[in-house]
Each structure stands twice: as C-alpha cells, then as structure tokens.
Design a protein. Sequence first.
Lengths: 302, 393
Amino acid sequence: MADSGIQLEAFAPGMYPRSEALVQATRDLDRGRTGQAEVDGQVEHDLDELIAAQQQAGLDLLSDGLLRWQDHFRPLLEAAEGLETGALTRFLDTNTFYRAPKATAEAPRLSGPLDGRYASPLPGPRVGTLPSPYALARGTGVSPEAMAEHVLAPALAGLDAELVVLVEPFLAPDGAAPGDLEPALEALSNRARLALWFPFSDAGPLLEQGAADLPVDGLGIDFYATHLDAVPEGFDKLLLAGVVDVRSSVAEEPEEIARFAARLGDRGVERIALVPNGDLQYVAEPIAREKLARLGRAKAAA
Amino acid sequence: MSRFLTHEIGSLAKPPWLVKTSQGRELEESDVQHARAWGEKVGVEGHEELVESLERGGADPDDVALWSSRYCVRMQEAAGLDVIWDGEQTRSEMYAWAIAHANGFEPRGIVRSFDNKYYSKSAATGPVSLQEPYHNAEFSFLQSVAKARLKIPITGAYTLAVWSYDEHHTPKEGRLGAGYGRKQEVAARRELTLDIARNLIRPNLEALIELGATWIQIDEPGASTEADELDLFVESFNVSVEGLDCLFSTHLCFSDYDLFFPAIEGMSGCRQYCVGFANYDRRELGDSAADRPGYEVISKFRDLSYEPSLGLGVLDIHTDFVESSELVRDRILYAVEVFGGPERIDVCPDCGLRTRSWEVAYEKLCALVEGARLAEAALAYRKGQAPPESRLS
C-alpha cells in the first residue's frame, strides 16, 4: 500500500479493558480490602502493558486506554460544574451500562483540563478520546454547542493529542441529522485535530446526509455494520476504518483487513487509519491484546 | 377474596462466612457471630453445628453453601413469604452457572457491566447440549428443607444467548464492509437462542418437573436488549415450555417495558410476569395513577388476551431504603384498581435482592408481606368483608 500513494496508519482509540488483576483490585477497593495506592499501582502496570502492546503492534498513535474512566462521560460529569451522573443506562444494545449525563444547571462548565490521572503521559504521539458534543448533551437539555464550548473545549486543551476521537454512538440510532452537530464541532475544530467516530452502527444514512462534510479531520466508520459502498466517492478526510470487531471474540485475519484497506483505496480514499469498530473494552483484555496485535499485522500486510 | 400471594424473585446475598469459606479465607469473629445471630433470628434448626464448624475452621465449602441455603429458606419463611427459593446460594451466578453445565460454550474472560462491576462472558463454539440437569441437586435439597412452596428461578435461553459471543453461527470472515446487517445478526442469534432453548433449557425443565417442580420462573433480564428481537425472546420461551406440565412464569427487570408489547401477546405459555416497577416509582404514599408513576405500564399486562397474572414488583432492590408497609400497600391497591380486582396480582420484589445485606433484604421482605396484608385489609374494609384466607390454603 506504500506504493499506492495511500497513507495508512493504525491505532486504537477508546476504552481498553482492564486486566483481571486490575478488576480484582478495584473490586477489593470497593469492599474495603485494599487501598487506592494498590489500585493506582495496578493501573500503572496495566498502562505499561498497554503501551508495550501498542508499540509491539507498530501502532502509529498511542492511547492510554482510559483505564481509570468508568464510562465515556464520568470524569467530565464529576469535574464540571452543573453536571452530574444520572440513571444507569444500557450502552446501545450491549450488556454494558453507563451513568447518563444529567445537567443541574443551564450552562455547565468545566473550569480547566481534566485531572492528569485521566490522561496519562505516553511515550509517543497520542490519540485521545472524548465523547462527542451530541452524546454528552443527549438528554440533558443543554445544547451540544454549549457542551462543546464550555465542557469539551477545556478538556481538549489538556490532552496534547495528535488526534482526538470524539465518540458518537447515538447520532445514528437516534436518527438525528449530522448537520445538527455542525455548530458544536465548529466550536472545537480550531482547538485540536478531530475525528468523529460512529461505533456499532451503520453509518450509511449519516454519510448520505452529509456526515463527510462535517468540520472534522476524520470520520470513524464501523465496517462490520456499514457497507463499503456507503463511503462517498472522493472521500477526502482521514477515514478511521473500523476493521476490528470488538463485539466478537474471534480474532480478525490481518490479510482480510489488508485486502479491505486496498478496496478502500480503490474507492479513492487516500488517508486510512485502521481502528476497532468501538471500544476494545467489549472483549476481555487478552482478546483485546490479540486484536491490537492483528491490527498492527494488518497494517504491515496492507 | 383470597390473600395476595407473596414470593421471592431469585437471588440473595451470600453471607460473609460462605464467601470467605469458598475463597479459602480466614473467618473473623464477626462472621461467626453473623451465622449465630441469623440462625437464631430466623430459626435455622441445628445452626449451632454450622457455628461450631466455622469456629473450628476448615469447613467444607459445599457444606457451608447448603447451610447458607437453609438460612435463606428460613429467612424468607420468617418474613412470611408464601413461595420461596434459597437465594441461589449454591449457584456461582445466573449466567456462569448455566454455561458451566452446558456443552458448546467456552469462556472468553471478563467484560465490564458498569463501573467496577464485571461479568464472565463465554462464546458459543458448537452445538449446545446439557451436560447434566444443573438445578436438580439444588431442588432436591430444598424440597427436603423448605416448609413453604418452592418456585425455581432458571436463566432463560434468550438471556444466555444475548449475553454470549457467538463464534458458532456468526461467519468468521466475509463480514467486513459487506453490509452484514441486522437481518443476518438476528438470524444467527435465532439459531443460537433456539438451540439453547431446545437443548439446554427444555431438558433442564423436564428434569425438574420429573422431580416434582410445580412452578418454574424463567429469568430473562436480557430480554429487551435488542428491541427488534423480542419475537425471538417469545419464540424461545414457547419452545422451552411448550407441552410441559408446570406453572411457568418469567421475570423481566430494568427495561422499557413498553417494548415488550405486542410481542408477548404470543407468549401464552407464560402464566405470570414478575416485573420490577418500584425502581421507577415515587416513595410518597397514595394509590392514584399520579401517585404511582412507576406502574403506568401495568395496564398493558392486564390487557394481554391470555390473562396472565402479574408479579408486582414493590421493592426497589437497588437501594437500602426500606419501603414502608403502607407504601407497599398503596402500590398494590393501585394495581388492583387498574386490574379491576386482586385475582391476577401477586406481590414480589423488583428483582433478586443479592445486592442488599441480609438485614436490609429481610426488612424489605417483611415490609412486603405486611404491605400485602394491609392491602387485603383495605380491600376487605371497602367491601365490608372479613380479612381473607390464604390463597395457598
């Protein structure tokens, strides 16, 4: 693929699964059987292992895996004035739940970047992950634009990332129009290089409605739910191609992914990033590690 | 009128002396005291034997689990429940226990449920079959110790399927960029779910009935995970129970219950829906519709053509708040008003109480039973009748 003029990279944004040892440590902490220092030590160990796995796989950007995050919203809800955790809510059609954002003020605000514990230092260029403005605003009565300006922008400022992936799981299932998100993304677009990621859904309808014209540098598409033909001809953004299925325990064949990347190239996509189709936390850590390795092998094979 | 039938839903917490014994950890005096105090409180015959065993150390975890079953049986009987189980004391967990006794699955590690809570997840890797009936020993033991009637909770086929990966029916290659859509996903899930229903759940049910089971509750907490698969949930229930001679109910919880309609119109083998409502309700007293927003959907259960009864969830199992008996009463009275009479109403918690301490669970169950009695008295008073007789007697 290097000879084809296509720029190909690979990385894994989103939440990475905790190891069994870390799960046990957090469980013990909840039950008063261990202290925060022991949990912190295990988080550091998990992070070291995750960094090593990404480096060994040859990934181009490194993620900290959001190992301390309880869900995509929690640190923001805990740190921002005017936001708090709401009802325990099923994440799409998975068996994993999150605390839905709840606004307690008309104009929630984050006074500065998130605590450094939520964006660990990395020994290489970072891919950061935050919720999209629409996802954060959903059900709160606050506009996505206000969330972008007053909550996400301060969080972005603290990430120092090569690329920030905004996770947008709800736009497609809600049947909302991509254009509704445009003002909010405009508010963020000059603050970082951004990609909007549509996990676990057919992005075809969003692309038909002009998602490719949104003011972001890249779009993340789940190709286990979206047909290749849904990608518009002449797509000129970075395409985060969801080619690793995090809802499946089966490890992907790198050669199949490489062939698919070539088909994307044939369709005129010039910048491709091979990524999972959602957070790797939907599989157990050993499976996630294997999927990371295969992501790297797929890039090498392409 | 007859009495409201009161019953459990499923799980209760495992006591510290069982947890620690199972994990090979040393007991503290407070653990032994827990066994002594609860043995006395709920009248567990011979509990001194357990206490001595715990004090001595080295107790057999399997024996301790059976003691824990006895405690939970007596606890529910002492609270006054009409129909009971043992809080699933000898099971590992509702998913893992079933999968561990099935052929055709392999473990795939742990996955987050929420926050710091994780669950074991397996993958279907081949045709499903039953290794051995996995509730028989539990049922036989409980038959020997229970004084009240038994209702056996058993995890249903759809929940087992939707909580598993499927490596057997889903293609391993060829899905990438192919628009492998919901239609194919649903088809794969249907194969797995019906395989489980026919070859795991049904033979298990047959074995329990053979042993004398008269009421089996098929737990389906995952039933509404996929809104477009509710027909499959219904089909799997029907395949599991069709033609079997037993009272079958199902338990649904923490869902948008509107989703179940009209799909469950076709689930006529289900004679009772045990459903959690208190979680969505207010805590103030009152028996009007405005007072009871959590119960708005119950009219849809009333209108099912095959007229199943409703196991009315009146205890929020997610909180240590102990409902007053008056609050329980008002929730029941509202349901009676909606149903036009008490005949199709039973009273139960929203779900299993395993996330609550025994102290809180017991208080809640006592309030449930007392609330049922208050509701009966209120209805009798309205009709100028004497207090009711037990429906079981």
